[in-house]
Design a protein. Sequence first.
Length: 556
Amino acid sequence: MTTQFDEKDNRFAQIQEKEAEDLAQLLAGKYGFSYIDLSKVTIDMDALKILTEQEARGANIIIFQRAGKKIQVAVLSPKNEETQRMLKVLKEKEYIPTIFMVSETALNKVFQHYSDLQDYIEVSRGVIDVSAEKIEEFSEQAKTLDGLKHLAEEAMSNGKSRKVSDILEMILAGAIGSGASDIHIEPQKESVRMRLRLDGTLRDILDIQTKVYALILSRIKLVSGMKLNVHNEAQDGRFTIEIKDTEIEIRVSLVPVAYGESVVMRILNPESISVPLEELGIQEDLYNILIKEIKKPNGMLLTTGPTGSGKTTALYAFLKKIYTPDIKIVTLEDPIEYHLEGIVQTQVETQRGYTFADGLRAMLRQDPDVVMVGEIRDAETASIAINAALTGHLVFTTLHTNNAAGTIPRLIDLGVNPNILAPAINVTMAQRLIRKLCNGCKKEFEPSPEEREVIERTIESFSEGHPKKPGIDKITLWKSEGCEACNNVGYKGRTGIFEAILIDKEMEEVVMSEPSETEVVKASKSQGILNMQQDGILKVLNGTTSLEELQRAVEL
């Protein structure tokens, strides 16, 4: 019987709490303020410290989140005189409050957090609530994935002796230290999985307790400028950290999923994006062609490939190669991933109506010599870019197609007149990124009959007498078992495989006939430029990568 009474009491308490929240939400609408359910929000203990318990209780006010001078404030009634006085005091101290109305029940529960304050450590907090100093310190301890896992697990097991800001900083430090491009945090049924994208592939790192993840998620939302009280909508945000005079931007994407909210943090590290043209992995013959083409005063260079194939890195490398103080280079990007000294960079803002087409028109009024357009997405942008290439500008841009030959039919499909397309384009290039075998643990081995057949078939596709065509008498492959240097993956770092088609006089005639992709490939064979499969096979045979990795990137 006692159990039945307890259940009734619990249900009654739940009904009372819901009624209190409904009333608070109603009053918030009446007063014109936002409402928040504090039971679904992580309380930032550092924010709580801004007011003493006596001040908070006296004014019926709680500061529950903080990012620098920006604070999230919960009040019972914005019309209360003591509440208004306390808000005025906070503004005099240069705090910038965002006010939410809450229920009395929720407010009283948060007041109880003051008893926990003494258990928390004082930490210096940066303007964006992420300490660059701590990230630098943690990165020394988390240089390997095992080190990151140990550090994060130790932090999370220590409960209140570590703050949630520390845990987030450890995760960021480990990801940056290991060269990851993305951090994926994905709620599962009973825990939360964290993965890092290293050299293009995702690696499981650790499981995070659901309660700890709730704290981390609130911290991520806060520093990225997202809405804390929104849980069923996708959100985007960003923040920047500075390590050893290098600004690293973190782009955050959040989507609601079955068991909570999934977060992906993209790390835009200038050191990983800024790669010299000579180190991209371009074969010598193609490199010499590209150098000649990018030194021309006008025309267009198109590079193509899927998302994450290194197109932006390649365009940045081209721009740095040709930059001199006596030319003006203007870029239009979405987003700006790396700031180039001496170059004017602008960013697309679609929500404000500043599209690629609008931006490109504006850029051309800036009297540029060289223009970089992040991507051709529509007919209007394609037309403006093509005309820019015909009117004395050198244009670098990207397009989404599978190979170099596909760019011509794609642009014609977008409505570009083939008669102006041919004289406008200098060269079209396609690329993929492949992982490099770890030099610390790679070893030679004899290929299996199936592997040999694949290699021989690709070698046979080389044009007869091509100087790069390898022999088939002795074929040796390489593989890596994994070691500490490569986090036991067997691969460390990435390089590119490339193909290109030069729009010379012969190819111009083909382009003006509105060719299919197959016809473009056939007409380009006489140029002797390797395709991506052939370029990749040479990198397999010289031990740069494995046959398995090449087959993951392109079909052989």
